[in-house]
Design a protein around this ligand. Structure first.
Ligand code: ZID
Length: 227
């Protein structure tokens, strides 16, 4: 069977969860990457059976999650992490969260499918015209470069013929008021990077790279911006 790593699940409402279920239903082994500050509550809820109803697969069995890894997609190594984050209570308790691909390699050796289902734009509710440089760069870091970095770190442990996918939004090419803070820019970058990375990872590693612009979903992220 195939092994999938899905980055960006912290509850059972988002795309990541739905994609994980589809992959599990198709027989894949499921590994999850959860944002460090959300890890504790996600794992606790999982253990307490809070998601059991939404773990039900079409054949009646429950989706099995083999392992949950802590990750923060805006840092590539421990040296990049600011002191206040390192010592933050929600981060200090997590282990190996800057070496996720390495941990997955140690635990399982390789993966076949990589899913990027995460984004963050701290100033998403501000029009682009009012967005700060920091807000814009933070949106790009969490929502665009995060995919470049994730793929770069996982490609060495992806089996040839493997596939990676991310989630985009049509605000990349058309004006959608309310999708501000540089998030429209971030999705444009994500789409352009998808083409370039598909060429590079396809030629060099036989890995496919795609992005999907799906329909609206009432996830935590979507509700937070009033979509
Ligand atoms: P979600 O909250 O379930 O997932 C986002 C995840 O990102 C959360 O688990 C966060 O913990 C995690 N995260 C945030 N920052 C970091 C970080 N630094 N490191 C690691 N993890 C982090 O929301 P979701 O399922 O909506 O989002 C998943 C992907 O789908 C994102 O790329 C979204 O941009 C994308 N997406 C979602 C929607 C939607 O409807 N939910 C839309 C477009 C794209 C959309 O708004 N018509 C109207 C609206 C839309 C689509 C069509």
């Amino acid at each position: 069977g195939k092994r999938a790593f899905i980055a960006g699940i912290a509850d059972d409402n988002g795309y990541g969860w739905a994609i994980a279920k589809s992959l599990a239903a198709a027989g894949a082994e499921i590994l999850i990457g959860t944002w460090v500050p959300a890890l504790n509550i996600f794992e606790t809820s999982l253990k307490r059976g809070k998601f059991d109803e939404s773990r039900v697969l079409p054949d009646g069995s429950l989706m099995n999650i083999t392992k949950v890894y802590a990750l923060d997609a805006v840092y590539d190594s421990l040296e990049d992490v600011p002191e206040d984050v390192k010592t933050n209570k929600r981060y200090a308790g997590a282990s190996n969260w800057t070496e996720v691909a390495e941990s997955v390699r140690n635990d399982f050796g390789s993966i076949d499918i990589l899913v990027h289902s995460l984004a963050n734009g701290p100033e998403v509710s501000k029009p682009l015209l009012e967005t700060s440089r920091n807000g814009y760069l933070a949106a790009m870091s969490a929502s665009s470069y995060s995919f470049v970095s994730l793929l770069k770190h996982f490609v060495p442990i992806m089996n040839p013929g493997g596939a990676s996918i991310s989630l985009t939004y049509i605000a990349s090419e058309r004006i959608i008021p309310g999708y501000g803070g540089g998030m429209s820019s971030a999705k444009s970058a994500l789409e352009s990077d998808t083409r370039v990375l598909a060429f590079e990872a396809g030629r060099r590693h036989k890995i496919r790279v795609n992005t999907i612009s799906a329909g609206p979903l009432g996830s935590r992220a979507a509700k937070a911006i009033g979509f």
